[in-house]
Structures are given as C-alpha cells and as structure tokens.
Write a protein that binds this ligand. Sequence first.
Ligand SMILES: [Zn+2]
Length: 92
Amino acid sequence: MIIKIKEKILDLIYPQVCGNCGKINVNSLCNKCKAELEKEFKFEVDDYLESEEKNFIEHYYFFKYQELIRKHILSLKFQEKPYIYKTISFFF
Ligand SMILES: [Zn+2]
C-alpha cells in the first residue's frame, strides 16, 4: 500500500514518458511509436549454408542493430536514460 502511494507520487512528479517521442504515456510507449518500432522488430533467419565465408549455417535475430533500435540501445547504455528499458522491453 505504502509502495503504491510512493509510486503514484513519483508518477505525478516524474510522469512516465514514451521512450521514443518523449510524450507523457503511462505505458512508456505510445501507439504511434509502437507501430513504428514494430516495423523494426521481426524474427528473421539468414541462411549461410552455401557460404564459404561464414563458419555457421544460419543466423537468427529479432532486429537489426540500426536506426531506432540502435538509437534506443545507445540511449540506454550511454546517455543516462535508464527508463528506455521499459520502451525496449515491450518487445521482448
Ligand atoms: Zn511515442
């Protein structure tokens, strides 16, 4: 009970924002940005069975380290924006 009151007070002082656009959003990700990020998160497999350059035959990934994903991971790691984890974790 006391913890929930404390969280409510903190939310009033520091409201949760969308980690992508910065607008106030209780879910840390607004619908517009969610749709934008969903385009970058998709499960894919690269096949290297015929390749002589790679030492593996398949490569599985959920996103490529580029554009918005890269921007948010760098913000989380180096720009003192720990709240970004809520935005990114929405997809895992
Ligand atoms: Zn947003």
